[in-house]
Design a protein around this ligand. Structure first.
Ligand code: HEC
Length: 141
């Protein structure tokens, strides 16, 4: 009787955990996807394919500030499934968090300057460099 009760309690619990983990993977990929789209828009401005526009610059940096706690979307167990998160996130969490901090610092330092084309371009380059360094270690390819 007790075992039956326990099993009944455990099944929804385990299913809930599995669901939550695929949700967190979706959530972090959606956040990165938005970051990717905005960064493409920024790259087009860098190349001169699109004109500098303060509203666009603000939207790009809004996506960056929205992603500031992205590193919290990697709970234990969310390393498998439809994800390119590298094992190093879990074996070297301090290093991963440090990459997040570098990104946030670049965003915060650049933010006051994005109202001019030159300010935006140097802020954008500084942030984009941190995307690459984090991906090189923590995103599997
Ligand atoms: C602190 C580390 C870190 C930083 C900083 C970071 N990323 Fe990522 N990014 C990741 C990880 C880890 C993944 C893999 C997530 C997964 O598949 O679960 C990822 C995935 C992505 C993806 C693929 C999303 C998908 O749908 O699979 C894109 C696009 C992306 N990042 C763009 C960016 C851009 C652009 C920046 C900078 C503006 C950036 N990232 C900054 C760690 C980072």
């Amino acid at each position: 009787m007790r075992a039956v009760l326990l099993a009944g309690l455990l099944v929804p619990f385990v299913a809930g955990v599995a669901l939550a983990q695929s949700d967190v993977i979706k959530e972090r990929k959606a956040l990165m996807g938005a970051l990717g789209d905005q960064t493409k828009a920024g790259a087009a401005i860098m190349k001169g394919d699109q004109p500098y526009d303060p509203a666009k610059a603000a939207a790009i940096f809004k996506a960056y500030t929205d992603a500031s706690t992205f590193n919290t979307l990697f709970p234990a167990g969310s390393n498998t499934g439809d994800t390119k998160a590298a094992p190093a996130i879990w074996s070297d969490r301090a290093g991963f968090d440090a990459e997040m901090a570098k990104f946030n610092t670049a965003v915060q330092q650049g933010l006051p300057n994005i109202g001019t084309e030159a300010g935006f371009k140097s802020a954008f380059q500084a942030v984009a460099a941190t995307c690459r360094t984090c991906h090189s270690t923590y995103q599997a390819r």
